[in-house]
Every structure is written in structure tokens, then in C-alpha cells.
Design a protein around this ligand. Structure first.
Ligand SMILES: Nc1nc2c(c(=O)[nH]1)N[C@H]1C(S)=C(S)[C@@H](COP(=O)(O)O)O[C@H]1N2
Ligand SMILES: [Mo]
Length: 237
């Protein structure tokens, strides 16, 4: 995706990349921005904990645009990390051995955020497990220590602060114990098809979401500023 492509339907460009999310996540941060381990589980022959194996994968750098379902977009971000397809083939298939049909993939963040995508969407070339943004280590604002980048899907399918990835044979209530309304929960959330929600018409969602953008950006910024001021003896970047 080049930065010269027109914006997708219903999107408005922002000059700066805001820290963003559903309000209740504003004050939740990872303990450390430094990668330690990623769990792989679900319907697999062997649950594993991925540590050094991740950095043995080929490093990919890619420029892509980021589109939040609430209608803001940021263009031309430069991410660096590992291709999800490489992670899947060389680590998940090789070591965890998903059972046949375990193609519903669930991502869990350290803040208890949770999202899912079909495996087929995750095997696209531009899907990364990213740990760097615009030439610097990924900070806590944008998903340290590791986040998913799936540029064809809205931001809510780009989970930050990853701690675990699960491969399931069916789509059960994976958000337990932190469910949130199903209208957010489109199974694919593709930007080009404007899959903003499951039940509410997309034009209604555009309108409603636009109203909350400035408040949400401000709340997330304030929470981050407070976190930085307070410090906690740990590393924050
Ligand atoms: N762990 C976690 N991942 C998350 C969220 C969150 O609150 N927690 N918010 C999602 C939403 S709605 C968006 S738009 C993007 C925002 O990413 P950013 O904060 O880097 O802009 O992260 C997504 N991934
Ligand atoms: Mo979002």
C-alpha cells in the first residue's frame, strides 16, 4: 500500500498517530516494553512459549497505512518485525502443531484486550508481528513489546502488547472474561469492504464513531502522560 493511494471509504486523515482504543483500556499498560515471550496455544498438539525463536525469523520492514474503525487514518507508517506467515510456518506449525482446522486465531494483549482473525487473512504478505515503528523500538503507546499489524483490517484487528496467540477449531466466546459488545466484533473488519460492525449499518457507525474520536484521543493521551509522569522504576519508551 503506498501513501499516495486515496483514503478508504469513510476515512479522514490525521497528521499524527494517536494512541487509541476502547476507553477502558486507556489506563492499562504493559509492565515492560521489552519482549520476553509469546505464548502459543489453543487447539494445538503442544503449547509453547516463544522466546529467541522469534528474532531468528527474517526481519521485514514495511510501509503501510493504519485505519481505525472510528474513521481516522494515518498514512505511511514504517513498521518492522516478522511476517506472520513466517512465524506461523516456522514456529507454530513446526513446534506447536495446530490440529486440523485450527484456523480461528485469537490474540491476547497484556491489557486483556482480545481480537481474532481467520488464519487465511493473517497469511497475507503484509501482516506482521511488529516490534519497531518509524525506525525506533515500539513504545508503550503503540503496542510494545509486540503487536499485530494487519493493514487491510481496521485497527481493532491490530492488537497491541501481545502475550498469547491461540489457534482454535471454532469461534467460541473467546473474549471471556472481558466481553464487549458484538457490534464491534466483525469477524474480519476489512477496511476496503468497510466492515465496521456486524449489525449496525456502516453509515450509522461512521457518524457515531466520529463523535467519540476527539474525546478518546484526549483520554488516551492523558493516561499516557500520567503514566510517564508517574514513572514506576521500569523502562518506559
Ligand atoms: N492491546 C490492545 N490492542 C489494541 C487496542 C487496545 O486498547 N489494547 N485498541 C485497538 C484499536 S480500537 C485501535 S484503533 C488500535 C490503536 O492503535 P494505536 O494505539 O497504536 O493507535 O489498537 C487496537 N489494538
Ligand atoms: Mo480503533
Amino acid at each position: 500500500m503506498s501513501e499516495h493511494e486515496p483514503l478508504p471509504p469513510g476515512q479522514v486523515e490525521l497528521a499524527e498517530f494517536p494512541r487509541f482504543g476502547l476507553g477502558k483500556f486507556a489506563n492499562r499498560f504493559p509492565k515492560s516494553p521489552v519482549f520476553e515471550a509469546l505464548g502459543v496455544g489453543g487447539d494445538v498438539a503442544q503449547e509453547i512459549r516463544v522466546t529467541e525463536a522469534l528474532s531468528a525469523l527474517p526481519r521485514i520492514e514495511q510501509q503501510s497505512d493504519f485505519h481505525c474503525v472510528t474513521t481516522w487514518s494515518v498514512l505511511g507508517l514504517v513498521w518492522s518485525g516478522y511476517r506472520f506467515g513466517d512465524f506461523y510456518e516456522r514456529i507454530v506449525v513446526a513446534q506447536a502443531q495446530p490440529l486440523a482446522g485450527a484456523e480461528f486465531v485469537v490474540f491476547r494483549g497484556e491489557d486483556d484486550y482480545c481480537s481474532s482473525l481467520p488464519l487465511s487473512d493473517l497469511l497475507a504478505d503484509d501482516v506482521l508481528l511488529a516490534d519497531r515503528l518509524n525506525g525506533a523500538d515500539l513504545g508503550i503507546a503503540h503496542g510494545a513489546p509486540l503487536r499485530l499489524i494487519a493493514p487491510a483490517h481496521y485497527g481493532f484487528k491490530n492488537p497491541k502488547h501481545l502475550v498469547a496467540i491461540e489457534f482454535w477449531r471454532d469461534a467460541r466466546n473467546y473474549r471471556f472474561p472481558q466481553p464487549y459488545p458484538n457490534l464491534m466484533d466483525h469477524p474480519r473488519g476489512r477496511v476496503a469492504a468497510e466492515e465496521r460492525g456486524r449489525w449496525v449499518p456502516t453509515l450509522v457507525l461512521r457518524y457515531l464513531y466520529r463523535l467519540i474520536v476527539p474525546f478518546t484521543i484526549r483520554a488516551f493521551k492523558r493516561a499516557l502522560d500520567r503514566k510517564r509522569r508517574k514513572g514506576d522504576g521500569g523502562i518506559i519508551f
